[in-house]
Structure formats: C-alpha cells, structure tokens
Design a protein around this ligand. Sequence first.
Ligand SMILES: CC(C)(COP(=O)(O)OP(=O)(O)OC[C@H]1O[C@@H](n2cnc3c(N)ncnc32)[C@H](O)[C@@H]1OP(=O)(O)O)[C@@H](O)C(=O)NCCC(=O)NCCS
Length: 337
Amino acid sequence: MYVPKNVVTNQDLTNYMDTSDEWIQERTGIKERRYADRTKETTATMGVEAAKMAIERAGITAADIDFIVFATLSPDYYFPGCGVLLQRAMQMKEIGALDVRNQCSGFIYALSVADQFIKSGMYKNILVVGSEKHSFGLDMSTRGRNVSVIFGDGAGAVVLQPTNEDRGILSTHLHSDGHDAEVLAMYNPGSHANYWREGLADFDESTIADMFVSKEMVEKEQFYPSMDGQAVFKKAVVKFPEVIMEALNQNGHSPSDLKLVIPHQANLRISQFVQHKLKLRDDQVYNNIQRYGNTTAASIPIALCEAWQEGKIDKGDLVCLAAFGSGFTWASALLKW
Ligand SMILES: CC(C)(COP(=O)(O)OP(=O)(O)OC[C@H]1O[C@@H](n2cnc3c(N)ncnc32)[C@H](O)[C@@H]1OP(=O)(O)O)[C@@H](O)C(=O)NCCC(=O)NCCS
C-alpha cells in the first residue's frame, strides 16, 4: 500500500467548507484522510509505489509480471488508462494492461478478472492495482461537502500467482444494477448530452456538438461528483451482507467461519450495519476508514495490507472482501489465505 504523506484532518476541511469534525465522525467515522502532492503524485505514480512493494513482497521483479489490471475512477487521463502509465513507469515488458472502471467495487472486479486468467493458466504473475487521487476532483466548497469530506487518496496492489496448495481465491461474485447509475456519478465532462436524464448539464441544443466541455459547464462548475448519500447508504446495507453470504454459501461456509471481513471502506456506519446483520464480532471486521477516508478502488488493498501487517491474517484463514459503490456495482471475493 501507498498513501501520500499529507494528512488532512476534519478540522482542516473547516477552512474550506461549513462542516465540523463532530458531523463527519458521527456520520462516517472518518477522522482524517491523505491528499496527494498536487504536482508530484498522480493516480498512476501512487499505483507504482504500491506495485513496487507488492512485487518485492512476492519475491519477484517487475520483469516477471505478465499482466496488469489497474482499477481507478480518478485516472491521470480520460484516456489512455493508468495501466499503460504504470507499465511505462516500471519499465515492464510489452505485456497487456487492462483498466477497470468499477469505482468502489473496482478492486474486486480487477481481482476477479486476474483470478480467471490465473485459473485458466494464461498468466503466472498478475499485478492488480487499485489507486485513486480524489483530492484533485472534489468540490471543496460547502456545496460539495457531502461528497468531499468522505474521499481520500491512496493506492494498494497485490500480485496473484497460481498455487497447487489448497488456498487462494475460492470464488468471486460480481453484480450490477444500472438503474441508479446517476445516484453517485461524475456526469461532466462526458458524451451523454443529457440523453439519460434532463439537467445533468446546462446547454443549448444548437451547441450540442461542442458539448464535451462547454463554457457553461465550467462556469457553473458542473464537473464535480454528485451523490445522493442516503440512497447509496440504503442500498449498500442490503447488498454488502447479501454478497458476503453469496460467497459463503457457495463455498459451504457460515459467517462464524470467517477470520476477517475486509469491506470496502465506504462509511464506518455501513460496516457496522454489515457486522450487525451478519452477527460478526468486532475482531472479524477490519476498518481503517478513520485514517484514510474512502479511497474507492484502493480501499480494500490498503485495508488488506494493514490487516496482514498487523498479524490479523494467518495462513489458512478465511477472509472475505466485499464492496459496493457507484453504478451501482457490488462484489465479493472469498479467500483462503
Ligand atoms: C454522505 C452521508 C455521510 C450523509 O449523511 P446523511 O445523514 O445521509 O446526511 P444528509 O445528506 O441527509 O444531510 C443531512 C444534513 O447534513 C448536511 N451536510 C451534508 N454534508 C455535510 C458536512 N460535510 N458537514 C456538515 N453538514 C453536512 C446536509 O446539508 C443536510 O443539512 P440539512 O438537513 O440542513 O439539509 C451518508 O448519506 C453516507 O455516508 N452515505 C453513503 C455514502 C457512501 O458510502 N458513498 C460512497 C459509496 S461507496
């Protein structure tokens, strides 16, 4: 894992917007988050830092990696994706680099893709990265406070390899429901031209051809993420337990068999709901949102890394990763460590 040095506390945010440490902690559990160096760090460079560590811990070199899967919703460029930027920065061979765009579920989607390539025998050392530089695209005024206080920057990475031992990724479970695609989204700039919903961008029909970025869009600051927090919350507390149970049921396990659930760090209250619903003990659910906020595609590998470093996962332990987010998409992965 890699997180930027710059710690931004809830109190620091009060310099920009009408909010308070009390409100943020009470609603989300977050105390502080990290913000990347504005000009020296990008989503790709943070991904590289996490990748270097994962490769070293796997006991291989960058030259051994035969496929990259990079998940992010805050890419360095609209295109090309961050996978090729990482391939270039790490001077890797001319291997495939796939970018995954599944927001908060991005890391599990990426892991699932990599898992299929490993199980089919196509690749032997796959680098899976989740990285986000949210701080560059947040509305730091009071208008954007419901979104901005939640998100933070960081990166995490893993290397997947085949094994003949009875352990590894037992199964992955991926879901989506696009009905509420606009409930948590960044609409602009984009090519939608208000096709799906009225009023996502304010423009004159006659200038539609020039609409990728319009003057009005910039003047009205329509390029920030938008979220109906309560709608996300309500769906998340249903889908998290459901997708964890799906993974357990498929493998003949029950919640009491779990050493650890590592939920995507969306909101401490959501994790507590999930814990309560599945009747899990405190030591069975890992949370570090207090220190990093929601780092979207990076949150699960960051939490996995910290849990492992803290000795909370041993060989043979049953670990469930689970996520829910924009799309909506949700997913789980059951691992025997
Ligand atoms: C975002 C979230 C914390 C907001 O909490 P909430 O209890 O739903 O709050 P609401 O949006 O209903 O807003 C309640 C009030 O707090 C205000 N408010 C919103 N953000 C605030 C902030 N950062 N500081 C202070 N007040 C804030 C609102 O303006 C509103 O004020 P009003 O009652 O005067 O209109 C919560 O909905 C949530 O966490 N949802 C899930 C979001 C999530 O996980 N997103 C990532 C998906 S993976």
